[in-house]
Write a protein that binds this ligand. Structure first.
Ligand code: ATP
Length: 314
């Protein structure tokens, strides 16, 4: 049973940290009648984080402000996924008088195939549920998350998980060890629906088969087998739309990465590397490339959306 939602003028802001993701495997089946493609994907949350803060308002308004290098690419109206998340939570669980000032500090590449908007939506769900004192459980949050987008449920739980259906039906995967990643981002994003369209035009991929060998490798902590099991059915479509990304993939491998792949629908290129030192050296080679706008090092698996220390203090 939910408690009565409330805020007072003294309700402190609530801050949540939410992680980016990379798809270690992305198996895509043929487009079905509802327009969606069935997926069998293995998500890994990685340590590139957006920080989402929700502050109290009692006039019913929900506002969004964004800061960070790519802030100008993120909408601040009701189309922002964090705003949609807050609206959805309020419509289901709270009264129209409740509002929130949502502030996002953005580090996850925008339109980069790393589910940054989904991370912000998951963060806003969690932050608003605490701000408005709504007693939601994990199942309630998951259902709201799935309504907002296919990648939002994973952003709540983090770690490593197998996603089926649209990627929203999740089973956690046991993993051993830490993965070191290098991500090369592009200045201009790729539209996810556009990549799926090209995927269809190119004749589809290997299908939505569960990558059992990869899952076994994750559980054993066998990094070589993890590297060998990485795969993305959307990669050919993303490379077709952005041929220059093939050169980025080659450069990372030449510089010593164990494996490279397009992250989700791209255009971010993800490289699994054997450790931090080689990661720095791969990053250095990639930074020189003309089409690479930024290079980030990160570890995975990371946690899902989490309240940050001190946010529950009165
Ligand atoms: P997808 O989950 O579709 O693969 P992505 O990770 O490639 O997405 P996002 O960073 O989520 O890309 O952004 C996709 C688009 O969503 C952006 O171009 C932007 O216009 C819009 N958007 C809405 N809300 C947000 C948000 N909070 N952060 C980033 N983009 C947002």
């Amino acid at each position: 049973m939910a408690s009565t939602p409330r805020t007072t003028p003294r309700t402190p802001p609530v801050t949540v940290r939410a992680s980016a993701k990379v798809n270690l495997a992305l198996g895509v089946g043929p487009r079905s009648e509802d327009g969606f493609h069935p997926l069998a994907t293995v998500f890994e949350a990685v340590g590139i984080h957006d920080v989402i803060t929700a502050g109290p308002r009692d006039d019913g308004a929900i506002t969004v402000t964004v800061e960070g290098a790519q802030a100008d690419l993120v909408p601040t109206d009701e189309t922002n996924l964090a705003c949609r998340a807050a609206e959805l939570m309020r419509s289901r669980w709270a009264g129209p008088h409740l509002g929130a000032d949502i502030h996002i500090v953005k580090s996850i590449p925008v339109a980069g195939g790393m589910a940054g908007g989904s991370a912000d939506a998951a963060g806003a769900l969690l932050a608003c549920s605490v701000l408005w004192d709504i007693d939601t459980g994990p199942g309630d949050l998951h259902d709201l998350a799935a309504e907002l987008g296919s990648d939002v449920p994973f952003a709540l739980i983090g770690g490593v998980a197998l996603g089926r259906g649209r990627g929203d039906r999740l089973v956690p995967v046991i993993f051993r060890g830490t993965h070191h990643w290098v991500f090369a981002t592009a200045e201009e994003g790729l539209s996810t629906p556009g990549v799926y369209r090209r995927f269809d035009e190119l004749g589809g991929g290997a299908g939505d088969l569960v990558p059992t060998a990869l899952i076994a490798a994750l559980t054993r902590g066998d990094i070589d087998a993890v590297a060998g099991g990485l795969g993305n059915d959307l990669q050919d479509a993303a490379l077709d739309l952005r041929p220059e990304l093939a050169g980025v993939l080659e450069a990372g491998i030449e510089a010593g990465a164990m494996a490279g792949l397009i992250s989700g629908s791209g255009p971010t290129v993800a490289f699994l590397v054997g450790g931090e030192a080689i990661g720095r050296s791969v990053a250095k080679s990639l930074r020189g490339l003309p089409r690479v706008s930024a290079v980030k090092l990160a570890r995975g698996p990371a946690q899902g959306a989490q309240l940050m220390a001190g946010t529950l203090e009165a």
